[in-house]
Write a protein that binds this ligand. Structure first.
Ligand code: GCU
Length: 345
C-alpha cells in the first residue's frame, strides 16, 4: 500500500511542514520554482492535505489520481495525507499558498474568506443536486475567472471540485422537524459568515469550528448539533455522539482541489495535460463513488444506533432562500449565481 504511513512519519512530516511555513515557505524540495508556465521541470511526489479518513471517496479518488500521474507523467505523483495530519483546512490553505504543501482539498467556505465571489457556490439552494453542481463547477465558461482569481493574490489555483452531497442537520438531543426545534441550540458550522447566518435561518445559533474538533465538541456539549452529509457523519463517527439525523437537505456542499500556482506552472505541457486528464478522471470517479458511499454510511450509522428522520423541508425553505439576497452584493456574484441557476434543469 503506497500510502500507508506510520504515525511517527506522519507527525514528522506535519512538524516539518509547519516549520517550513513558519520560516516563510519553500516546498522543501526546491523544484517548484516560478517559471511562468509550461515549465519543463521533472516531476516529484506532491503532498496533498485532506481532512477525511482513508475510507472517504475523496481519499480513494485522490489516491487513484496519484497512481494515474505515476503512470502517465515524468515523475509526478501525489501523497495524500488524510485526517488533517497536515493541518485543518484553514492551515492547509495557508500552507498551499506559501508552497510548503502542494495541494489540498478545502471546502468552499474557506475560499469565501479569500474572495467573496466564492460565497455564491456556498449558498443553500444554489445547486439543485450533485449533477447540477458538477456541471456548473466544471464549466470553464462559468468558473474560469473565479478559479484563477487567487493566483496573483495567494499563489493558489483552483482546479475544480468534489461534491459534498446534500447536507442535513444532526443533533445530540433528538430529531428536528421544524426550525422551532432548533431554537436556542448551538449548531456547529464551517468557518464562514454565510454559514453562521445559515444556522440562524435553520432556527439555531451558528458556532464555527474546525471539522476535526467536532466529535469532541458534540461529545462535550460545546455544540448541540451539526450539519453535514451522511458520508462525513459516518466516517467521522459523529453518529456515536449525535445520533439524531434529520433530513433538512439545506445545502449541496462543495469541496475544491487547490494547488500552489508556481508548482502547477512548473509542469511541462505534456505533464500538465496528463495532470488535467487525471484530475477529471478523479472527480468523475468521486461522483460515481458518492451515492454508494452515502448508502453505506446510512446503513453503518443505523447499525451504530443512529435514526434518520424526514422533516418538513418547506418549513425551512423561506429563510434559507432569503440568504441569496442578503449575501449577493456585487455584480460578479450575481452573474455567477445567474449562470449557476441557468444551468439547472
Ligand atoms: C465535509 C466536507 C469537508 C468539510 C466538512 C466540514 O466533510 O467534505 O471539506 O471540511 O464537511 O463540515 O467541515
Amino acid at each position: 500500500m503506497r500510502h500507508r504511513k506510520n504515525a511517527s512519519l506522519i507527525a514528522g512530516a506535519a512538524a516539518a511542514t509547519l516549520l517550513l511555513a513558519a520560516c516563510g515557505g519553500g516546498d522543501g524540495d526546491g523544484d517548484s520554482s516560478a517559471n511562468g508556465g509550461g515549465g519543463g521541470g521533472e516531476g516529484r511526489t506532491m503532498r496533498l492535505a485532506l481532512n477525511q479518513t482513508e475510507e472517504h471517496p475523496s481519499y480513494i479518488a485522490l489516491d487513484n489520481f496519484g497512481t494515474y500521474l505515476e503512470e502517465n507523467t515524468d515523475g509526478w505523483s501525489i501523497d495524500v495525507f488524510p485526517n488533517e495530519t497536515l493541518g485543518a483546512q484553514a492551515e492547509a490553505l495557508q500552507l498551499v499558498s506559501d508552497g510548503s504543501v502542494d495541494l489540498a482539498i478545502v471546502s468552499g467556505t474557506q475560499l469565501e474568506n479569500l474572495n467573496e465571489d466564492f460565497v455564491v457556490f456556498n449558498l443553500p439552494k444554489v445547486f439543485d443536486d450533485v449533477d447540477h453542481q458538477m456541471s456548473v463547477i466544471h464549466d470553464p465558461e462559468i468558473t474560469g475567472d473565479l478559479y484563477a482569481s487567487l493566483e496573483d493574490s495567494n499563489n493558489i489555483t483552483v482546479l475544480g471540485g468534489f461534491t459534498q452531497g446534500a447536507r442535513s442537520i444532526y443533533t445530540t438531543f433528538g430529531p428536528v422537524e421544524t426550525p422551532e426545534d432548533l431554537a436556542g441550540k448551538k449548531i456547529r458550522v464551517q468557518e464562514s459568515d454565510l454559514h453562521i447566518a445559515m444556522a440562524e435561518a435553520l432556527g439555531g445559533a451558528g458556532t464555527p469550528m474546525a471539522y476535526g474538533e467536532l466529535y469532541t465538541g458534540l461529545q462535550g456539549g460545546v455544540v448541540d448539533a451539526a450539519e453535514n452529509n451522511e458520508v462525513s457523519y459516518f466516517t467521522q463517527r459523529h453518529y456515536e455522539v449525535a445520533p439524531y439525523w434529520s433530513y433538512t437537505n439545506h445545502l449541496v456542499g462543495l469541496d475544491y482541489l487547490i494547488i500552489n500556482t508556481e508548482l502547477l506552472n512548473s509542469m511541462s505541457d505534456e505533464d500538465r495535460a496528463a495532470f488535467e486528464a487525471g484530475w477529471q478522471a478523479a472527480y468523475e470517479e468521486h461522483t460515481q463513488l458518492w451515492e454508494e458511499a452515502t448508502q453505506e454510511a446510512i446503513e453503518g450509522a443505523q447499525a451504530g444506533g443512529a435514526t434518520f428522520t424526514e422533516v418538513d423541508e418547506a418549513a425551512f425553505a423561506e429563510p434559507l432562500e432569503a440568504l441569496a439576497a442578503e449575501f449577493i452584493t456585487t455584480e460578479t456574484q450575481q452573474q455567477l449565481y445567474d449562470a449557476a441557476r441557468a444551468a439547472a434543469n
